[in-house]
Structure formats: C-alpha cells, structure tokens
Design a protein around this ligand. Structure first.
Ligand code: NAG
Ligand code: NAG
Ligand code: NAG
Length: 394
C-alpha cells in the first residue's frame, strides 16, 4: 500500500516535471519538441529539442547539450533567455538538442525493466554505458532526423566524460562531431581539489559493499523527488535563501556570487536527478587509481569481461574532434593540473580557456549571470565558428 502510493507519487511528479521542461520553453516563445529514443539495450531516453529560432528562422547547424551527473537537459535552460546556453545557441541559428542520460529525470525508463522493481538490473550501468550506448544512439538518432552529417557538442562535467569515452571507444563517431566544448572537463579526477572526494574514493571498496548490501543502486533513492519537495518547502522561506544557495554550492566549489538568487526555486526543482551508484563509484575509482579507464570489477570478473585482470584504459589518442577545454579557478572537478593532463594526451585541442572570474565554480559555466560574455561568446567564436558551414553570418 505504502509502496504503491509512493510509486504513484513518483509517477505524477515525473509527469509534471517533464511537462515543465517544455512549458518553460514555450513560456519564452521558443518552439519545443520531445523525442523518444530506445537504446540498443532497451533504455528509453527522452531528448528535447528547440528545432528553430524563436523568430522562426531555420537553423544552420545542430548542437547537442550533455548535462552533468545528477542533472538533466534542463540544466541548460535554467538561466533563462537570452543568455542561457540553449536559448543563446538557438538565437544564433542552431537546432538545439538536449541529451538525457539513462536513469536521469526524463530517462528513468526501460522497455522491460522497472527502475523501482528491477533495481539491481535497471541501475546496473556507469557513465561507460551512458557514453558508449546512450550517447552513440542519441547522436545517430539526431543525425537521422535532421539529415545532417555532423553536429556540435557542449558537455558539462559528466557530459564531457561521456563525449571523451564515446570518441575513444567508438572512433568512427569522430566523423559525426564537428567540434566540442567541454565545460569542466572531467577525467583525471585524481587531481581534484576536494578533500571530500579524495577521501570518499579511498573508501570505495567498502562503500561499494555497503551500498550493494543495502540494495542501494540508485542515488538519491527514489529519484530525489521527495528530497526535492522537502528542499523546496524549506528554501522558500526567505530566511533560508542564503543557506540554500550555499548548500547548492557545497560540492561545486566556493559560492562565487555569480548566480542570481532568483534562480534558486528552479535549481531546487531540477537538481538533483537520479544516478546509479555505479556511476559515482566509477568516478571514485578514477580518483583513487589516477587512471581513466573502464569499470573495475575485481580481478576475476575483469578477466571474464575484459580478458585482462585490470580494466582497459580509454585511449585518448583516438579523439580527433577539435576540442575546447573550459575551466575555472574554484572548480574542484576541473583543476589546472587536470587541464595539464588533457593537454598532454588530447590530439586536437582548439582552445584552453580559464574563466576570468575569481572563485569560478563547477556550476557557474551554465548558471553565472554573465555566462554570455565569459562562456557562450567564447565557445561560439573561439571553438565552433571555424567549423560551421556558414561562418560568415552574425
Ligand atoms: C551487471 O553488468 C555486468 C557487466 O555488464 C554483468 O556482468 C552483470 O551480470 C550485471 N548484473 C546484473 C545484476 O544485471
Ligand atoms: C537577477 O534576476 C532578476 C530577475 O530575473 C533580474 O531583475 C536581475 O537584474 C538579475 N540580477 C543580475 C545581477 O543579473
Ligand atoms: C591508441 O590509439 C592510437 C591511435 O588511434 C593507436 O596508435 C595506439 O596503438 C592505441 N593505443 C593502445 C594502447 O591501444
């Protein structure tokens, strides 16, 4: 009885939420579509789209936006028009698509597995599968629908990890991505500046045993919706606004003061969305081992799965797409040392760019009030323009 009420509640909330994404776009007079993509292993993903400009102009290029861990497609519209990245790119002639990873807010669905009743099977994935299955299938779907032979990509955080993994594991996908901007490129996370992350990753083996003993395959449990409701009520009190804003930043670095407090209700509405525990532990493995490679199942299982006692590395030399690397000085997930590692291994770097603001943190790339000047203009002019078919306009 309790469980059923609970499931119905989750269902209703999901329904309301997914309406909200399109409603927000429509409220601002942008055309909005929602596409359903079934992956080769049966996950059912949604991809939202702003197919053409608000003024009706037909797009010249296609761009796909890849959200971070715990996020979803909405992350790129929270800032609102005209400066939120999705609106910004739509206004400049892009057909804008939003990726939604398996398990996240709009993609918590599978053709035969239930995320609630078949938890062990449904949540049995990491960002490796998000990259090599979801992202591959989404890119192919978009190119089929639009009739284009290549698209641009902007990833934030985990959205950058999956692009790199996709290109390293499926080199043929390099032909389908014209250029990519990586906001907070996340791979060499052993160089994180966050003591909490370093400590957590050292306890990975123990943590993994505990979470699997407790049957915790999804984080936060129950799609975060109950948590969201609670936070919403709490943070709506004006006396709590500053504290809530700091809490939003707890993991993302210092509060830079670049995010307008009026965004708070929306932030709480959409963050966090679910992830699998395996996704978090895979990052923990990267931090602890200092190696960017596939999931470590332990010697015996590795031998069976990979034909080697250790998991294979991601071969960064396979990445041919021109790449812009964006980082900030207070982002624990993208430190100068990590950027140095990328510069050593990525064959085709178009731009390395540090956001000019002090205390620039992990969320500012997409939420800062001045994102247009310090992020959007830079990625368009310095990374994408050169690779656009018609780069003479605007
Ligand atoms: C989870 O995935 C791994 C690797 O693909 C597989 O070996 C294992 O059997 C899966 N476990 C379940 C419970 O589906
Ligand atoms: C914050 O947002 C409000 C409402 O959208 C707006 O009036 C105000 O100018 C914004 N402040 C900054 C610094 O952008
Ligand atoms: C990595 O890829 C490069 C270029 O595609 C190739 O020459 C090299 O042998 C690969 N390295 C490994 C370890 O597979």
């Amino acid at each position: 009885m309790y469980i059923n009420t609970y499931l119905i509640l989750i269902f209703l909330c999901n329904y309301v939420y997914s309406e909200t994404f399109l409603q927000i776009l429509k409220k601002y007079n942008y055309p909005a579509e929602e596409h359903v993509i079934e992956t080769s292993d049966g996950y059912i993903l949604k991809a939202q789209r702003i197919p053409h400009g608000a003024d009706g102009t037909q797009p010249r290029e296609v761009v796909l936006l890849g959200h971070g861990m715990g996020g979803s497609g909405e992350n790129f519209i929270l800032l609102g028009p005209p400066d939120g990245l999705a609106y910004y790119l739509s206004d400049r002639g892009f057909d804008v698509w939003f990726f939604n990873a398996r398990g996240s807010l709009h993609s918590r669905k599978h053709k035969s597995l239930s995320p609630d009743r078949n938890r062990k099977q449904f949540w049995n994935f990491s960002w490796h599968e998000i990259a090599t299955i979801d992202l591959v299938d989404t890119v192919n779907y978009i190119l089929r629908v639009t009739g284009k032979d290549g698209l641009f990509y902007v990833g934030h955080s985990q959205g950058t990890t999956i692009l790199m993994v996709m290109l390293a594991e499926h080199p043929e996908m390099n032909q389908k991505v014209k250029a990519a901007t990586l906001l907070a490129p996340s791979a060499y996370l052993q160089h994180t500046s966050s003591p909490i992350l370093s400590l957590g990753s050292k306890l990975r083996r123990l943590g993994e045993s505990i979470t699997s003993m407790l049957n915790m395959y999804e984080l936060p449990m129950s799609n975060g919706l109950i948590l969201n409701r609670f936070l919403k009520t709490l943070c709506n009190r004006s006396s709590m606004k500053d504290i809530c804003m700091d809490a939003v930043y707890l993991l993302g670095g210092a509060n830079s003061g670049l995010v307008n407090k009026t965004l708070l209700p929306m932030l709480i509405e959409f963050i966090p969305s679910s992830i699998s525990t395996k996704q978090a532990w895979h990052y923990g493995q990267v931090i602890a081992s200092g190696e960017f490679k596939q999931y470590d199942y332990g010697k015996k299982m590795n031998q069976k799965k990979y034909n080697s006692p250790t998991p294979p590395m991601y071969n960064m030399s396979n990445i041919e797409v021109p790449i812009g690397l964006f980082y900030g000085d207070s982002d624990p997930f993208s430190t100068p040392k990590m950027i140095d590692e990328f510069v050593k291994v990525l064959p085709n770097i178009e731009l390395v760019y540090k956001a000019p603001e002090e205390n620039f943190n992990h969320l500012d790339y997409i939420l800062a009030y001045n994102a247009k000047e310090i992020i959007n203009d830079v990625l368009l002019d310095k990374v994408f323009k050169k690779y656009m078919d018609d780069n003479t306009v605007d």
